[in-house]
Structures are given as structure tokens and as C-alpha cells.
Ligand binder design. Structure first.
Ligand SMILES: [Zn+2]
Length: 200
């Protein structure tokens, strides 16, 4: 195999590892990039390098931030905090326009299978934020999956010693549904009619 073929194969292989892309679309994308070397492939490569070097996860709120700037997640007090599994879920919540407040992005769920531990999910940081910023309500917006609900229980337990109201997205979310894939209307109602798990 020629080295050009190896390089191209590597490219196709990497692209096909993106979510939602199979080998066929990966090939199409690779060929499209080669056809548009100067106006697409080069800027894409440069941008990837920049993002790789400059964008990191904030270890307080879990959101992405620039390496050169402080995240403003901890600058002042706020009343509500919405706990989501990942950034895509936060974007889904934001697109419903029902909640404009602060988020806490776990970066996953508790899962015995995948071996994720509470530390990597920033649970301690959540506890600290709730205390430090005088939060009045923790809204748990994890998915209606087994992992999502296990995580919700765990968060509820972890906040036991703090005097804060805890709510959860309304039941009626289809079982097994992930926040990211819900339509805006369903998510809007689930948020609006959220259940109180614990009053302050
Ligand atoms: Zn932050």
C-alpha cells in the first residue's frame, strides 16, 4: 500500500469515529476535504489545532472554557443551578428558552459498567458551588435512563446535608429518553412541571 493510501485511510478512519458518521460518509467527507484543500482542509486543520490547545473543561462547572480566561461560573451568587449530563444536554435546555440560569455539567453519568466515579462527575464541586453561591434550588435534569436516574439519586444524597430545594424534571419523559434528543416542547414541559424531591 502506498503512503498516500495509508494517510487517506487514516483520515477516513478518524472521521468515521465521529458520532453519527459511518464509513460511507467518512469517505465522502475525506474526499471533499481533499478537493477543498486550501479553503476547507487547511482552515479546519488550523482550527482543530487551536481548539486542541486552547479549549479545556472548567473543573468547577464542567463547561468548556478558554485556557487563557477564567470561567465566570463562580463569580457571584445565583438562585438556581441546573445539573445536566453533558454540554449537548445544556444546549438542548437552552434552546427551549425556559431556563437562562447557571448550569453544572457532570460530563457523564454514574455507571458501574463504564466505571465512572463521582469525582470525575464534579459532584464535590457541585456541593461546593451550592454552598458558596447560596443556591436556592438544584434542578436535576439528567436523562430518563437507568444511569441518569442513578446519578440523580446520588446527587440528591450528596446534597443531604445542605439546606437547598431539589427538583427533578417531570415524570412523563419517555423512559430511556436522553435529554439531548428530546424535542423542545417535551423538554419545556418537563422543566416547567418539574417535581420537587425535597423542599428547602
Ligand atoms: Zn466554570
Amino acid at each position: 500500500m502506498k503512503s498516500t493510501e495509508v494517510a487517506l485511510d487514516n483520515l477516513i478512519n478518524l472521521i468515521s469515529r465521529m458520532p453519527g458518521l459511518g464509513p460511507k460518509s467518512a469517505k465522502r467527507i475525506a474526499l471533499h476535504l481533499i478537493k477543498n484543500k486550501e479553503n476547507l482542509m487547511k482552515p479546519l486543520a488550523d482550527t482543530l489545532e487551536q481548539v486542541y490547545k486552547n479549549v479545556i473543561r472548567c473543573n468547577i462547572c464542567g463547561n468548556l472554557k478558554s485556557i487563557n480566561f477564567e470561567c465566570n461560573c463562580d463569580s457571584q451568587d445565583f438562585d438556581q443551578i441546573c445539573v445536566v449530563e453533558n454540554i449537548a444536554d445544556m444546549w438542548a435546555m437552552e434552546s427551549t428558552n425556559i431556563y437562562k440560569g447557571h448550569y453544572h455539567i457532570l460530563g457523564g453519568t454514574l455507571s458501574a459498567i463504564r466505571g465512572s466515579d463521582p469525582e470525575s462527575l464534579l459532584i464535590n464541586s457541585l456541593i461546593e458551588r451550592v454552598k458558596k453561591n447560596n443556591v436556592k434550588e438544584v434542578i436535576i435534569a439528567t436523562s430518563a435512563t437507568i444511569e441518569g436516574q442513578t446519578t440523580a439519586h446520588y446527587i440528591n444524597d450528596s446534597l443531604k446535608s445542605i439546606n437547598v430545594k431539589i427538583t427533578k424534571l417531570a415524570h412523563g419523559l419517555p423512559v430511556g429518553s436522553e435529554i439531548e434528543y428530546l424535542d423542545d416542547g417535551t423538554l419545556f414541559s418537563a422543566f416547567k412541571y418539574r417535581n420537587s424531591i425535597r423542599e428547602k
